[in-house]
Design a protein around this ligand. Structure first.
Ligand code: HEM
Ligand code: HEM
Length: 183
């Protein structure tokens, strides 16, 4: 029996890749505005709610992506050296890890905050907080949230550097794998 090897990621995984990337960049932008103390409290409150809702959406998209990643066939591996394969794998696992650790630490931070503000998903329904107020946990989660975001930024830079090298130095068409087939 002949097996047809895919050359690109499945369209569902492509959509999930680009929507997650867009939302993560948006989250950074939002976080700059929401922590700006010169803004009035009401608009900061709304920005925090947007940040929490989008962050929880990212968590959902990443979980869905990991499930589909296991169910759908991956594209055929490219002809790369072993160290490149290992480096890419490490960065990808790191990216997934950060994309899960950020929403988890964010939700725990919001839940443990000394001043309790409910998390309302896009104004639609209240998200239960898994723990109650606890200053020590709050401070730990805040530090973790910031640290994981710094790590994510570093990994995204490495990811981009690798893509640019593939695209413009090795010219091996890697970028096309994360896009839709034409025709
Ligand atoms: C992909 C998901 C997420 C990303 C990329 C992200 C990113 C960030 C960043 C960059 C900051 C600013 C940190 C700083 O200024 O040093 C921040 C702050 C914050 N995030 Fe997130 N976040 C995510 C998900 C969440 C979730 C799901 C929640 C809660 C349900 C959350 C709650 C918060 C809160 C409350 C702060 C403000 C901390 C403070 O100012 O005291 N985040 N986030
Ligand atoms: C926040 C930004 C981003 C995140 C979190 C992210 C995350 C990821 C992850 C986790 C994978 C691994 C897929 C898997 O093996 O399951 C991946 C693959 C990929 N990403 Fe990104 N990405 C981001 C931005 C970008 C950008 C801006 C580009 C292009 C300029 C890009 C191009 C690619 C390509 C081409 C692949 C497929 C590599 C292959 O087929 O081996 N990504 N990305």
């Amino acid at each position: 029996m002949r097996t047809v090897q895919r050359l690109r990621w499945h369209p569902a995984l492509v959509i999930l890749h680009w929507s997650t990337a867009l939302l993560v960049v948006g989250q950074y932008g939002l976080s700059r505005f929401m922590r700006d103390e010169s803004r009035d409290l009401l608009s900061r409150f709304a920005l925090y709610q947007w940040h929490k809702s989008i962050g929880l959406t990212v968590a959902g998209l990443v979980l869905l992506r990991l499930v589909l990643r296991l169910l759908l066939p991956a594209p055929a591996p490219m002809d790369h050296a072993e160290w490149q394969r290992l480096a890419a794998r490490a960065v990808h696992i790191g990216l997934y890890g950060c994309l899960i650790a950020l929403p988890v630490s964010g939700l725990l931070m919001a839940a443990a905050a000394p001043i309790q503000i409910p998390t309302v998903y896009f104004g639609w329904f209240g998200v239960p907080h898994p723990i109650g107020p606890d200053r020590r946990v709050y401070e730990l989660m805040l530090r973790l949230h910031e640290l994981v975001f710094d790590l994510l930024s570093l990994l995204v830079l490495l990811h981009l550097a690798a893509i640019v090298t593939h695209q413009f130095v090795w010219r091996d068409g890697l970028l096309r794998r994360m896009w839709f087939a034409r025709g």
